[in-house]
Ligand binder design. Structure first.
Ligand code: NAP
Ligand code: MG
Length: 501
């Protein structure tokens, strides 16, 4: 264990100077030459610069995607040919897996071990899963009530897609967006988050080797208010797929409505309840609850940030969580012993610390964390120690607002009905967890939660085969599985008159 030695390819990538964008099958700088820095969250130091796209660059990328869609070979390939490209992409990522894990860990701050085992591995699996779909997308023949009519449905690609992604799982979110859109036959413009543009650019380099037709995938780096907004309001973009905050989700919906009514799918924030009954395996439940909030430094849209505990075991579970929080090892992502890396940015660190102070003001009792680590080696990074608050009421701000950091609120409940009622008292609805040995209770709670995913006796596992998305203000639409194909397809009805000569 220790600090990973950076691969030579990653070192030369970082040293290469401002990274251009991948547009229309070529590497291009921003039209006005603008760049933005990407920082290393473990040190606060710049890692490298990337192009900062303006409206003109977004236009150029959309034109490239449009040309690829209207005139290029991509939508006209056979399903088997598209499938082969997706398999080739998965293989290419696999061949560069360690480099991608290192880039991701450097740019985002996450432990390189997690980047390898989760982010990169799951990204490969995502492309392999969607590689199987093109040959299995089928319409229906429909027994319509119109006389002498043969009717069928066709799934067709929605067209040019803008895909705007966040910084918490940069490579994996790129995979979630690109793979189903490719399988459906779309062309796309991907905009990674300003804090974490590097893995998407590195992926584009890898994709060069796969020889996709030019313009099928374009990557523009830049700020949300400029590049992101230009994409969302672009009249020639057919669909926007967005993952990020609920606030920006609203802006995207508005931009879509004010421009060309493009399709919109949204994966937004959450404040997910994780409900622990007294009859659960408490050891397993406490560990699961700690992992459910502290994984990825709590920067996860499904983070189980509200842990509800049946009163009889409230103190015991609280103590377990506090022990686990205190035991997690903080450090730079590139150290293989690190369990908790830095937060993404100074801004995010201040946001988290603001909520910790707010919790204290609201009268919550801090059981662990709430401060920065004292290790001088971590002084310049954006580190926050995992924090556990007990004696929290569900109407406190720390229990209602998405903190997006390693802060958990522990709230007591009396019985099943109260657990369901409190759990659902939120404007969000992305996920929920329930821990119990009682099957009836488990199914009752699973059915009652207003949430897109419910885990029973586990928390946070993702399966590409299972639909993923939110109720309420957690979003619109479902990714993964066939739902992911549906998001990138238009369904056409064809009615054919069979009467006459
Ligand atoms: P964000 O602003 O929603 O970022 C998501 C993506 O949207 C980024 O690529 C961002 O670009 C872009 N964007 C920003 N403003 C835009 C606009 N007006 N039009 C189009 N695109 C725009 O999230 P954030 O500022 O990074 O984080 C703020 C909070 O969002 C977090 O504290 C957390 O609560 C939540 N969040 C949720 C998720 C999730 O997975 N549900 C992920 C990340 C953050 P820039 O990078 O340039 O801003
Ligand atoms: Mg960065």
């Amino acid at each position: 264990m220790g600090e990973v030695t950076l691969s030579g390819r990653v070192q030369s990538f970082l040293a290469a100077g401002p990274q251009p964008m991948w547009i229309g099958g070529a590497w291009v700088p921003a039209a006005d030459g603008a760049v933005l820095p990407s920082l290393n969250p473990a040190t606060g130091e710049p890692l490298c610069q990337v192009a900062s796209a303006g409206t003109e660059d977004v236009d150029r990328a959309v034109r490239a995607a449009r040309l690829a869609f209207e005139d290029g070979p991509w939508p006209r390939l056979t399903a088997a040919q598209r499938s082969a490209y997706l398999y080739a992409i998965a293989d290419a990522i696999e061949a560069h897996a360690e480099e991608l894990a290192q880039v991701e860990s450097l740019d985002n701050g996450k432990p390189v071990t997690a980047a390898r085992q989760a982010d990169v591995r799951k990204s490969i699996a995502h492309f392999r899963y969607y590689a199987g779909w093109p040959t299995k997308i089928t319409g229906d023949t429909v027994p319509v009530s119109v006389p002498e009519t043969f009717a069928y449905t066709l799934f067709q690609p929605v067209g040019v897609c803008g895909q705007i992604i966040p910084w918490n799982y940069p490579l994996l979110m790129a995979a979630w967006k690109l793979a189903p859109a490719l399988a459906a036959g779309c062309t796309m413009v991907l905009k990674p988050a300003e804090q974490t543009p590097l893995s998407a650019l590195y992926l584009a380099r890898i994709l060069e080797g796969v020889d996709l037709p030019p313009g099928v995938i374009n990557v523009v780096t830049g700020y949300g208010e400029t590049a992101g907004a230009a994409l969302a309001s672009h009249p020639d973009v057919d669909k926007i797929a967005f993952t990020g905050s609920t606030e920006v989700g609203r802006l995207i919906l508005k931009a879509a409505g004010d421009s060309n009514l493009k399709r919109v799918s949204l994966e937004l924030g959450g404040k997910s309840p994780n409900i622990i009954f007294a009859d659960a395996d408490l050891e397993q439940a406490s560990l699961g609850a700690a992992d459910g909030i502290f994984y990825n430094m709590g920067q996860d849209c499904t983070a189980g940030s509200r842990v509800f505990v049946e009163r009889a075991v409230y103190d015991r579970v609280g103590a377990h969580l506090a022990d686990r929080a205190a035991a997690l090892r903080l450090g730079p992502g590139l150290d293989e012993a690190t369990e908790i890396g830095p937060l993404i940015s100074q801004e995010q660190l201040q946001r988290v610390e603001g909520y910790v102070a707010q919790g204290a003001r609201e009268g919550a009792r801090r059981l662990a964390g709430g401060d920065r680590p004292t290790d001088p080696g971590l002084r310049h990074g954006y580190f926050a120690r995992p924090t556990v608050f007990a004696d929290v009421r569900n109407d406190m701000r720390i229990a209602q607002e998405e903190i997006f950091g390693p802060v958990v609120t522990v709230i007591p409940f009396q019985d099943v009905d109260e657990a369901i009622r409190l759990g659902n008292q939120t404007r969000y609805g992305l996920a929920a967890g329930v821990w119990t040995r009682d099957l009836r209770k488990a199914h009752r709670v699973a059915a009652a939660m207003r949430a897109g995913t419910v885990w029973v006796n586990s928390y946070g596992s993702g399966a590409v085969e299972m639909p993923f998305g939110g109720f309420r203000e957690s979003g619109h639409g479902r990714e993964h599985g066939f739902e992911g194909i549906r998001l990138y397809s238009e369904v056409k009805s064809v009615l054919m008159n069979l009467a006459g000569e």
